[in-house]
Design a protein around this ligand. Structure first.
Ligand SMILES: C[S@@+](CC[C@H](N)C(=O)[O-])C[C@H]1O[C@@H](n2cnc3c(N)ncnc32)[C@H](O)[C@@H]1O
Length: 250
């Protein structure tokens, strides 16, 4: 079912139409009584929920936790950066095949990687595109210029692309139920609700990634979660709550 898009009076109809066209959303002037909807206001595009009026989810690369990660840049090399092998080759082309809100892709690009982001949800892709546009306006052009967003099913894109599609393919396919408990994760719980009908095709995703990557495939998992596919990774980098499984294509 199409999601609703509410635009506030300050926003031009044209901008509303553009987002409605990309997302298949139905334009409305007030919030629906039930369920999730998108709201476009001067602060950007947000995912909202009529049942939780205080919650909203917006992609913001320069404030909050993501802004902190950005400011820490250079002080500590994050595990994700080491797992993707960026230290050895800063201009690596990485395909982030499950871009989501783009947090990981933004970190990779801030360390010099050229990142192609693939996201299959039209709503998530719209939130991400909006966050990238605001980051650009807020002075992060040196990072956003290394990021390209494509709204597509990653398995199809990876299988159809010329080989090799990238030096590395990065996968983080699932929002994890355990995250729901943490108060800080409430916006992520909204995303889990949005995506709960999505079919998982993780085994196919890993197979396609291994064909498309020339140097490595990196899979983000919860620290104690099973591997994504049947095959064991070549090595893993384990942090406090997260593990990065690294596969070297054979
Ligand atoms: C856990 S989130 C990724 C979070 C991301 N790493 C970040 O830092 O924000 C997973 C995302 O991958 C997307 N996804 C899952 N499978 C996909 C596929 N086969 N093709 C494209 N996108 C996919 C989902 O729609 C969801 O937005």
């Amino acid at each position: 079912m199409a999601i609703s898009l509410v635009i506030t009076p300050e926003i031009s109809q044209q901008r509303g139409f553009e987002i409605a066209q990309r997302t298949g959303a139905t334009l409305m002037h007030s919030a629906p009584v039930n369920g999730q909807y998108l709201q476009l206001s001067p602060t950007g595009l947000a995912l909202c929920d009529s049942e939780q009026p205080k919650q909203r989810l917006r992609v913001d690369f320069t404030a909050g936790k993501q802004g902190f990660r950005l400011r820490q840049h250079g002080q500590a090399r994050e595990a994700i950066v080491r797992a993707c092998g960026i230290g050895k080759a800063p201009k690596l082309h990485i395909v982030d095949a499950t871009a989501g809100l783009g947090h990981d892709a933004f970190v990779l690009a801030s360390h010099g990687a050229i990142v192609t982001m693939l996201e299959r949800s039209v709503v998530v892709a719209a939130l991400l595109r909006d966050g990238l546009q605001r980051a650009e306006q807020e002075g992060a052009h040196h990072i956003t210029s290394r990021l390209t967003l494509i709204q597509t099913e990653a398995v199809d894109w990876l299988n159809q692309s010329d080989w090799p599609a990238a030096d590395a393919v990065y996968l983080d396919p699932m929002y994890r139920p355990a995250r729901r408990k943490a108060a800080a994760a409430k916006p992520l719980a909204m995303l889990e609700k949005l995506l709960e009908q999505q079919q998982q095709n993780n085994e196919n995703l890993l197979t396609a990634a291994l064909k498309a990557a020339s140097k490595r495939v990196v899979v983000k998992r919860q620290r104690l979660a099973p591997t994504l596919g049947q095959a064991p990774p070549n090595f893993s980098i384990t942090g406090r709550s997260t593990r990065f499984d690294v596969y070297i294509p054979g």
